[in-house]
Design a protein around this ligand. Sequence first.
Ligand code: GLY
Length: 353
Amino acid sequence: MNDVTRRGFIQTAAAGTVAGLLAPSSVRAAANGSAAISGPVVVASANGLGAVDKAAGMIGGGSDTLDAVIAGVNLVEEDPSDHSVGYGGLPNEDGVVELDSCVMHGPTCRAGSVAALRNIKTPSRVAQVVMQRTDHVMIVGEGALRFARAHGFEEVNLLTDDARKIWLRWKETHSNRDDWITPEDPNDGAGADARAELQYTYGTINCCALAPGGDLSGVTTTSGLSYKIPGRVGDSPIIGAGLYVDNEVGAAGSTGRGEAVIKICGAHTVVEEMRHGLSPKEACLAALRRIEKTTTEKRLRRKDGRPNFDVKFYAVAKDGRYGAAAIWSGAKYSVHADGKTRHEPCAFLYQRG
Ligand code: GLY
């Protein structure tokens, strides 16, 4: 059903014929032409297989969708072997881990966010407390750390020995492979070729969930671009860029090059495309095409003119359809639907090669 356009879905439902045969068992056409789902639908980036499983189990047990997706991504935030999120994430150029996260709760239209947060393993939980216990949406840097301290979050050194060694290798070899650009040469800085030789990551986890009652929530959390300029903030903690939830339409989030996502208000764009009738997969592809159009810098293009980076969008619609797409082929994403957890292939703009 995630491949079926909304128009096709409505026509099928209106015809009162075989909607139930075309839809997965988690999505059934209701009498009013919308859809009812029989179990949770949860999507996440590829590194979120455990997260979607955890979130689906909690929603199935009656938990709120936001509590469920946060508990899901906490598994990855606390995992030292994932170098793109939370504890064990790769640090900034000074060797300090700075984390970004935001959360959005569909039923109450509320949101919270932290950026450039140091020393706390679970920025998604701090973002939830910003949502619940302040009149603000976003708190950054030293203020975010002091806020987390005030709420009793434990402080730890987030730089694991493994991540430190990876950073040290970059430090010892980076020469011009950093994020600073000279006025004489706007095409210097770390291009894809330079990055391929070292362990770079924009990696992130996004997780969005739909409960059988129709409520939606989402979370995105990351250590951001490895070796970034200290204080650099990507798309992940920005409501409308790395995450957006509209309880009447759907939820979407992103991973990959945050600078590209911010410029097109990525997750918000995906949700708006779903509002105007595109399927989740087509909405993700539409947002990626905007990224393609707005990437004007030569240093961000391959010789054939295509982007030399990747971005992925993930989306779930209010009626239970879901999808994901990447700029480049070969990506997978995590899904829980029809009572099963698995990886599914992302749609894509370009075949690698
Ligand atoms: N999407 C993660 C980042 O750019 O920081």
